[in-house]
Design a protein around this ligand. Structure first.
Ligand code: NAD
Length: 410
C-alpha cells in the first residue's frame, strides 16, 4: 500500500471536522523517519546488506506503537502510510498510544532462522536509542513472529537493562501474555457480529468469504465458526477453496496446522481463483491477507453487502468510493483489526506492572474496548450521515487533534 490511502481518508475526516490547513499539516507529517543499513553475514559467509525503516508518526496521545514488517516490498512510503494508520487506530479505540511502523525489505522465507536472528539483532543495534517502553514500542506484523520479538527484547536489554515493555507480541513464555495471539481475529469476529446485529441479520448461517488463513484469518474463522456462521470460501497464498453449503473450518484449521500453516493439497472443497473468492456469493467478505486487494478494477464484482477490513488497507480509496455509492457497509481497518494493538497495550501494561492477568480478563477488557469504539463510530456515522470509515477517522483524528492542542507545541 502507499501512504496516499490514509492521507485521502484523513482529508475527508478533516473536512468534516473543519480542521485548519496548519493542523492538517501538523497531523499528517511524521515526527521522525529513520532508514538504516543492516549489513549481516549470511550462513554462506557472504555479506548481505538490508535496509530497515522505522517511521514514528505521532506521539500526542502517548508512546508510539506499531508493528515491524519483513516483506520484500517494504519501503519508506508503505511504512509511512502504515505508521499513520496506527496513529488513528490507537486513537479510535482510545488507548494511550501514538502511531509508528517499521520494516525491513526482505523475504523471510529465503532466510534461515539464524540469519533472521542476526538481521533482527543488528536492526536493534541501529535503532535501540530511538525506541523503548516510553518512546516507541514495536510488535509483530506480516513476516515477523513472537520469537523475533523475544530477540528484540533481549538485544534491547543489552543496552538498556531488563525492559520487557520495549516490544509486544512476545512469546507467552518470554514476557508475552495469553490472548495476544488470538486478539486481532477475536476482534474481527466480534465486530463482524456487531455489524450483523446492527444490519438486522442473524449469525447462524451467515455466509462468509475469507481471504487469508494466517494469524488473523484463522482466529477470525474459529470465532465466527463458533458463532455458527457458514464459511463458503477461504483462501491463502496457495489458492482458494469453496463450498456453498459451508467449508469444514475445524478440518481446515487442523490441516493447515499439520502442513506448515498452509492449505496446499487440501481436497475437501472445490478450488476457485482468488478473484472468484472476492466475488463470492456471500453476506460478509473478510480480506485478512494483503493491502490493496479490492480496487476500482474489481470492486463492482463484489457481491457481499458487508466488508470487514481485517487486513490493513485491503480496500483502495477508489474501491471505497464504489462501495460507498453502492451502499456496501465497510468496517474500516483502523477499527476492525484494532484488537491486536489493544491486546499489545495489555501486554505492555502487565510488563510495566510485573503482573499477569488471566485470559478471561484479557478477553473481557478487549471485548469491552472494541465494543465501546464500535458504538461510538456507529453513532457518529448515523449522526453525520458518513461512512463508518469517515466516522472512525473523525473520531481518531479528532482525538489526536485535541491532544495536540492540549499538549501545545512545547
Ligand atoms: P500472516 O502472515 O499470519 O497471514 C497472512 C495470510 O495471508 C497467510 O495465510 C497467507 O498465505 C495469506 N496470503 C498471502 N497472500 C495471499 C493472497 N494473494 N491471497 C490469499 N491469501 C494470501 O499475517 P497476519 O498477521 O494474519 O496479517 C494479515 C493482515 O492483517 C496484514 O495486512 C496485517 O498487517 C494485518 N494485521 C495483523 C495484525 C496481527 O495482530 N497479526 C493486527 C492488525 C492488522
Amino acid at each position: 500500500m502507499s501512504a496516499d490511502a490514509p492521507r485521502i481518508y484523513f482529508q475527508r475526516a478533516a473536512d468534516q471536522l473543519d480542521l485548519s490547513d496548519a493542523m492538517r499539516r501538523l497531523l499528517l507529517t511524521a515526527k521522525r523517519e529513520v532508514q538504516v543499513q543492516i549489513p549481516v553475514e549470511l550462513d554462506s559467509g557472504e555479506v548481505a546488506t538490508y535496509i530497515g525503516y522505522r517511521v514514528q508518526h505521532n506521539n500526542a496521545r502517548g508512546p508510539m506503537k506499531g508493528g515491524l514488517r519483513y516483506h520484500p516490498q517494504v519501503d519508506l512510503d508503505e511504512v509511512r502510510g502504515l505508521a499513520a494508520l496506527m496513529t488513528w487506530k490507537t486513537a479510535v479505540v482510545n488507548i494511550p498510544y501514538g502511531g509508528a511502523k517499521g520494516g525491513i525489505a526482505l523475504d523471510p522465507k529465503l532466510c534461515s532462522t539464524r540469519e533472521l536472528e542476526r538481521i533482527t539483532r543488528r536492526f536493534v543495534d541501529s535503532i535501540h536509542d530511538l525506541f523503548g517502553p516510553d518512546v516507541d514500542i514495536p510488535a509483530p506484523d506480516m513476516g515477523t513472529t513472537a520469537d523475533m520479538m523475544a530477540w528484540i527484547m533481549n538485544q534491547y536489554g543489552k543496552y538498556h537493562g531488563f525492559s520487557p515493555a520495549c516490544v509486544t507480541g512476545k512469546p507467552v513464555d518470554y514476557h508475552g501474555i495469553p490472548g495476544r495471539e488470538e486478539a486481532t481475529g477475536r476482534g474481527v469476529g466480534g465486530l463482524t457480529l456487531k455489524i450483523l446485529s446492527r444490519t438486522g441479520r442473524k449469525f447462524p448461517g451467515t455466509r462468509i468469504a475469507l481471504q487469508g488463513f494466517g494469524n488473523v484469518g484463522t482466529f477470525t474463522a474459529r470465532f465466527l465458526h463458533d458463532a455458527e456462521c457458514r464459511f463458503v470460501a477461504i483462501s491463502d497464498a496457495g489458492g482458494a477453496y469453496h463450498r456453498a453449503d459451508g467449508l469444514d473450518v475445524p478440518g481446515m484449521l487442523k490441516y493447515a496446522l499439520a502442513h506448515g500453516g498452509r492449505l496446499d493439497g487440501y481436497t475437501e472443497a472445490d478450488r476457485i481463483s482468488g478473484a472468484e473468492l472476492l466475488a463470492a456469493d456471500c453476506d460478509v467478505l473478510i480480506p485478512a491477507a494483503l493491502g490493496g486487494v479490492l480496487t476500482a478494477a474489481n470492486a463492482a464484482t463484489v457481491k457481499a453487502p458487508i466488508i470487514v477490513e481485517a487486513a490493513n488497507a485491503p480496500v483502495t480509496p477508489d474501491a471505497d468510493a464504489v462501495f460507498d455509492a453502492a451502499g456496501v457497509v465497510v468496517l474500516p481497518d483502523i477499527l476492525a483489526n484494532a484488537g491486536g494493538v489493544t491486546a499489545s497495550w495489555f501486554e505492555w501494561v502487565q510488563n510495566r506492572q510485573h503482573y499477569q492477568w488471566g485470559i478471561n480478563r484479557v478477553r473481557q477488557e478487549l471485548d469491552q474496548i472494541l465494543g465501546a469504539a464500535f458504538e461510538q463510530v456507529w453513532q457518529l456515522a448515523q449522526e453525520r450521515k458518513v461512512s463508518l470509515r469517515t466516522a472512525a477517522y473523525m473520531l481518531g483524528v479528532g482525538r489526536v487533534g485535541k491532544a495536540t492542542v492540549l499538549g501545545g507545541l512545547g
